[in-house]
Design a protein around this ligand. Structure first.
Ligand code: PMP
Length: 427
């Protein structure tokens, strides 16, 4: 039989791991087997009312918009970054796309350089590099250092071949770790990046979900070489709306222009009604501030509570500081797990799904060694609208306690308890 004429770069590439586990759990649900869905990193919260209202008002917009994005939206995004991150951006520096994932793909396509990713790293950076035929340099981080990239790691990679073009991706608050960098750490990393003229892609899609609302962008310290990536998917709860933004330094206009050329030959422009609605999201205002405040309080209390439970079971994810992920390591259980036939993170994720119906992602999907017993838990399996509405009625200084979490996020605490009992008792 003739081999299928498949591009060599695509061979062996399955569905993105997050999409794959979601489909498997959906199938189990269709078969009548309820699943705790901690696999897909989807915001549990609804889209804020003013943004939904803006979409409703603009539903009849049907024109193709400019390839770089609606001018009003580009200005709103630039203004947002000026306000929140102290960037000196203008609307000219902003590119709108159908999801930041697509913009990342275009970036890798047009920029001829290695992709440098600290691991664990979000699942799609490396496959995108593979698709466009770029070299991937993974810089392994350590749990003992809260999974943070150390400036010396970046420095030694760059010293090997100082002039080599490289895109370095930093994602904080991070997927899969829920951790972020301090301002001082960002400043030191920025210094290395400047010394070697690196292109930094700062993936700040969870920035607004920093649990204390204290996100700092590395673009403050390396404005001339940093692209800031954001979008509606996480802080605005609108992943399925597909809208992402890149904000470029002025010196990288050539790069934004080339990405726009490719966009014009591929997706043409991002959906018109969504762009109009996104203007209200990026302009912000008191309703959105309140929404974010509620979201952060719930995520922070829930993340801490689940982390404590896991710590008691001797799997120690570092305490999360943003977003909605935990990345525990089951190393302390290795011997017992091996006697139960669990040797890799894939085995661990599969057995949790099959035996206690808890869907998580294996650490291997995030670029970790297969035999490392890490998993990613997305703590999003609860009704965010209901939890927000309940918290809204409480006094502002009311602490989000265990009783609140068990009432409104009970499925999450139950899922973590299932993991812990599975570990201790075996099934
Ligand atoms: N970066 C990270 C770290 C993510 O977790 C995601 C979504 N899971 C994306 C980028 C892509 O987001 P979108 O394409 O929805 O903007």
């Amino acid at each position: 039989m003739r081999p299928e004429p498949l591009n060599l770069n695509i061979r062996g590439l399955g569905l993105s791991s997050t999409v794959g586990i979601n489909e498997l759990s959906l199938r189990m649900i269709q078969e009548g087997r309820p699943v705790h869905r901690l696999g897909l990193g989807q915001s549990p919260f609804p889209v804020p009312d003013p943004v939904v209202e803006a979409l409703r008002l603009n539903a009849s917009r049907k024109e193709y918009l400019p390839v770089r994005g609606l001018w009003e939206l580009r200005e709103a995004v630039a203004d947002y970054h000026r306000r929140r991150n102290g960037l000196g951006a203008s609307g000219d520096d902003v590119l709108i796309g159908p999801g930041s994932k697509e913009l990342m793909f275009l970036l890798q396509l047009v920029y001829y350089g290695d992709l440098v990713i600290p691991t664990p790293a979000w699942v799609s950076y490396a496959p995108q590099a593979q698709i466009v035929g770029r070299r991937v340099c993974a810089l392994p981080c350590r749990q003992s250092n809260d999974w943070r990239l150390e400036p010396s790691q970046l420095e030694s990679l760059c010293r090997e071949d100082p002039g080599r073009p490289r895109i370095v991706v930093l994602n904080y608050p991070g997927n899969p770790t829920g951790l972020t960098y301090t301002a001082a750490e960002l400043e030191t990393l920025a210094r290395v990046a400047r010394n070697y003229g690196l292109l930094l892609l700062s993936d700040e899609i969870y920035g607004e979900l920093h649990h204390r609302g204290a996100h700092v962008s590395i673009a403050r310290y390396y404005p001339e070489g940093t692209i800031v990536s954001s979008g509606l998917s996480k802080w605005c709860g609108a992943g399925g709306w597909r809208l992402g933004t890149f904000t470029f330094p002025q010196d990288l206009k050539w790069l934004a222009d080339s990405m726009a050329s490719v966009a014009s030959e591929t997706y043409t422009s991002t959906s018109a009604p969504i762009q109009y609605a996104a203007v209200s999201a990026f302009r912000g205002g008191s309703v959105i501030e309140r929404y974010l405040w509620l979201a952060r309080r719930i995520l922070s209390a829930l993340g801490e509570s689940l982390q404590r439970r896991l710590e008691e079971a001797n799997v120690q994810p570092p305490a999360p500081t943003g977003g909605f992920y935990l990345f525990p390591d089951f190393a302390a259980w290795r011997n017992r797990l091996e006697t139960r036939g669990v040797f890799t993170s894939e085995d661990l994720a599969r057995r949790l799904l099959e035996e206690v119906s808890v869907a998580v992602l294996p650490g291997a999907a995030f670029g970790r060694p297969p035999e490392e017993l890490t998993i990613r838990i997305a703590y999003v399996d609860f009704d965010g609208a209901r939890a927000m509405a309940a918290l809204e009625t409480m006094p502002p200084d009311w602490p989000v306690d265990e009783a609140f979490l068990s009432t409104y996020c009970g499925a999450m605490t139950r899922a973590i308890d299932l993991i812990c009992t599975w570990l201790e008792k075996g099934t």
